[in-house]
Design a protein around this ligand. Structure first.
Ligand code: 2PG
Length: 200
């Protein structure tokens, strides 16, 4: 019986461009959340968890309104974090990102991601459809993990607000990536949150 994990980045946060560390969703963020909720409305979810940060909790709330049988629980394993630090093989172009990041933040982020992989990627009996509403770097770490890519590669993997990434594991097989950052449910003007604007 397959186990699916649906990874959704939260909707656009109000005033994120002004450096606010957390906050409610913007009007666009709310529309994104309604559209991902519609997109997922046919999935027989077995569980849902969200990052306790406000932008993720607000996204989870909108999704739960559309899918009343779904109860999303806050999980500290899904907090935004820095999953790993600089590595010798990492291209130098990424080094400036780590300028203001402390070793303690990296250690905490790495430990959090270890625990998240143990918790959410564990084999469970029966068919499962689990929804995780979380942050860009956390989703990147899941993708890196299932592809067996080096730790540092999370920094090169990005997801848009309310983009949909799906992982699947069938018994006796490794986790696979079914789809990454699928934006089919979002009109072009709602495809926000990527480092470079999309031309399509
Ligand atoms: O700050 C960011 O770019 C990412 C990092 O994970 O966070 P969020 O998905 O919360 O916007």
């Amino acid at each position: 019986m397959p186990h699916y994990i649906y990874l959704v980045r939260h909707g656009e946060q109000q005033d994120a461009e002004h450096g606010m560390p957390d906050g409610p969703l913007s009007a666009r963020g709310k529309r994104q959340a309604h559209l991902i909720a519609d997109r997922l409305s046919g999935v027989p979810f077995t569980g849902a968890w969200h990052s306790p940060l406000q932008r993720a909790a607000a996204t989870a709330e909108i999704i739960a309104e559309r899918l009343p049988s779904l109860t999303s629980e806050p999980s500290p394993l899904l907090f935004d974090c820095i999953p790993s630090g600089k590595a010798p093989e990492m291209p130098a172009a990424y080094a400036p990102f780590f300028g203001a990041v402390t070793e303690a933040e990296i250690e905490a982020g790495h430990a959090q991601m270890d625990d998240a992989m143990t918790e959410f990627l564990q084999a469970r009996p029966g068919e499962r459809h689990d929804l995780l509403i979380t942050h860009n770097f956390v989703i990147a770490w899941f993708v890196r993990e299932v592809l067996g890519a080096p730790d540092w590669r999370w920094i090169s993997i990005n997801q848009a607000n309310c983009g949909l990434t799906v992982l699947q594991q069938k018994p006796g097989r490794p986790w696979t990536l079914v789809t990454h950052n699928d934006l089919g449910h979002l009109p072009v003007e709602l495809r926000t949150g990527l480092p470079d604007p999309l031309m399509f």
